[in-house]
Write a protein that binds this ligand. Structure first.
Ligand code: GTP
Length: 476
């Protein structure tokens, strides 16, 4: 049985993305905007979902997200309560008494987290009282503003310390190259340190890639964050599909992390998704029919990545895909064979291409497509993440060389007057890059024993292909 997962939304971005995410997964479980069950169009609908990992359910059949919302200013959290009346639990939200944002200062956000640490732990413990088999956390935030980065960093430290046995994952949004605010590179690098040190796996989203993807997917529309957030929500609903529509494999956060993360130093994952049909995004575009073969190959096209990838030939350590729709096993095995010739895997990696045949919710009926179609998501652990990290470090170096704007962080004792926090964080960020570069080498994992059986479950040979017991996942 999949354990319960607690989701934390921090800052404007973390809470706005969160609203889209909950809206998407509630729809997939037939839960209305007020938390009440919605009758399916077809009364004979057979349900295969498990709402328990992400929702509490009360005796009146009302569902409540296992989610906590944190922000220094009230607007976005108020919007969540107004847009989804009765859905989120008001006891699970926190807004600072001052009701001002962190003014893009990581230090201010971090300090607010320190001040309220006990209160936050109480909120979390209360929510955990309703779990029986608690598995872990997922934290949504941006690394560039003050609250998502600073308060988010503080929360990550607290969670890693207090709940060290549970999995800690993040969905972290990186800023565009044209930083809207000069201190964003400081916030980003200070937060990167916490992602490196505290999280078990961080899925990265990049507003550069999200902007260009949005302008293609929502062609002709005025693009804003709500478009990007629909793309993120679609991707995350697929990331969590195997937890919410469980079959035999990938039914726990732990199994997803061990599939994708070969060593704690390599835990930055880049997502891609295609195609964005109206099951996921609100628009009326026509899509042609496709197959699992088309989709799996499209997933390695940089245009479908949610992180700009300037590295044309990334070296892969692991991939995990979820395909949803009308899936033909032979299409998948053909695509995997093709991918194995196209993807360049690190010599020490198992070169396994993990494909999960996900379940489509009966509540999703794409009215635009007459026949069979497939949606796909891929999470990759590869050197493709290096340009984004280098970019963040480069932007940091430019302003830090002049010690520019440091007073925003050091004033009123928010951070110590010396530069050690900045220097240490920059060193940690560099170490992530160095680890990814070194991991291309043959002997990278010499001292780590990989137990393939634990990673891939019990396999059997069917017609020359490795498949799991129930035949619903393919691993080659
Ligand atoms: P303060 O405003 O300083 O209190 O911090 P905050 O964490 O609330 O700030 P915010 O979340 O707005 O972080 C700023 C960064 O997040 C910038 O890079 C924005 O472009 C980005 N951002 C803000 N809202 C969204 C959103 O809804 N979606 C996406 N994709 N990015 C967002």
């Amino acid at each position: 049985m999949t354990g319960e997962i607690l989701t934390l939304h921090v800052g404007q971005c973390g809470n706005q993305v969160g609203q889209q995410y909950w809206s998407q997964i509630a729809k997939e479980h037939g839960i209305g905007k007020d938390g009440q069950s919605v009758e399916p169009d077809d009364p004979n609908t057979f349900r295969e979902d498990d709402t328990n990992p992400f929702f509490r359910r009360n005796a009146q059949d009302r569902y409540t997200p296992r989610a906590l919302m944190f922000d220094l200013e009230p607007k976005v959290i108020n919007d969540a309560f107004n847009n989804y009346p009765g859905f989120f639990d008001p006891r699970n939200s926190w807004v600072s008494e001052e009701k001002y944002g962190a003014g893009n200062s990581w230090a201010k956000g971090y300090q607010e987290g320190q001040k309220s640490e006990e209160h936050f732990l109480n909120m979390i413990d209360k929510e955990l009282d309703s779990t029986e088999n608690f598995e872990g956390f997922q934290l949504f935030h941006s690394v560039a503003g003050g609250t998502g980065s600073g308060l988010g960093s503080n929360l990550l430290e607290t969670l890693a310390d207090r709940y060290s046995k549970n999995i800690l994952t993040t969905y972290s949004v990186f800023p565009t190259d044209q930083s809207e605010v000069v201190v964003q590179p400081y916030n980003t690098v200070l937060t990167l340190r916490r992602l490196a040190e505290e999280s078990d796996a961080s899925v990265i989203f990049d507003n550069n890639a999200l902007l260009s993807l949005s302008s293609r997917v929502f062609r002709g529309q005025q693009i804003d964050f709500s478009n990007s957030n629909q793309l993120i929500a679609a991707t995350l609903s697929s990331v969590t599909n195997s937890l919410r529509f469980p079959s035999y494999m990938y039914t726990s956060l732990q199994s997803l992390v061990s599939t994708l993360v070969p060593s704690p130093d390599l835990h930055f994952l880049t997502p891609s998704f295609t195609p964005f049909t109206s099951d996921y995004v609100a628009h009326e575009k026509e899509y042609r029919q496709n197959t699992a073969y088309d989709v799996l190959l499209d997933l390695i096209d940089g245009n479908n990545s949610l992180v700009s990838n300037k590295n044309n030939k990334p070296v892969y350590f692991n991939t995990f895909s979820t395909l949803i729709g009308t899936l033909d096993r032979s299409d998948i095995t053909r695509a995997i064979s093709k991918l194995q010739t196209r993807l360049h895997f690190a010599p020490w990696s198992s070169s396994v291409i993990h494909v999960n045949c996900g379940r489509r919710s009966p509540y999703l009926t794409n009215k635009n497509i007459g026949g069979d179609y497939v949606n796909g998501m891929m999470l990759s652990n590869s050197t493709g993440v290096i340009p984004l990290l280098e970019n963040a470090c480069h932007s940091f170096d430019k302003i830090f060389a002049k010690r520019a704007f440091l007073n925003t962080f050091t004033q009123s004792g928010m951070l110590s007057d010396d530069d050690s926090e900045f220097i240490d964080s920059r060193a940690v960020a560099q170490n992530i890059i160095d680890q990814y570069v070194t991991a291309e080498e043959t002997d990278y994992l010499d001292d780590i024993l990989l137990d393939d059986e634990n990673m891939t479950g019990v396999l059997e040979d069917v017609g020359g292909q490795q498949v799991d017991h129930e035949g619903d996942n393919i691993i080659v």
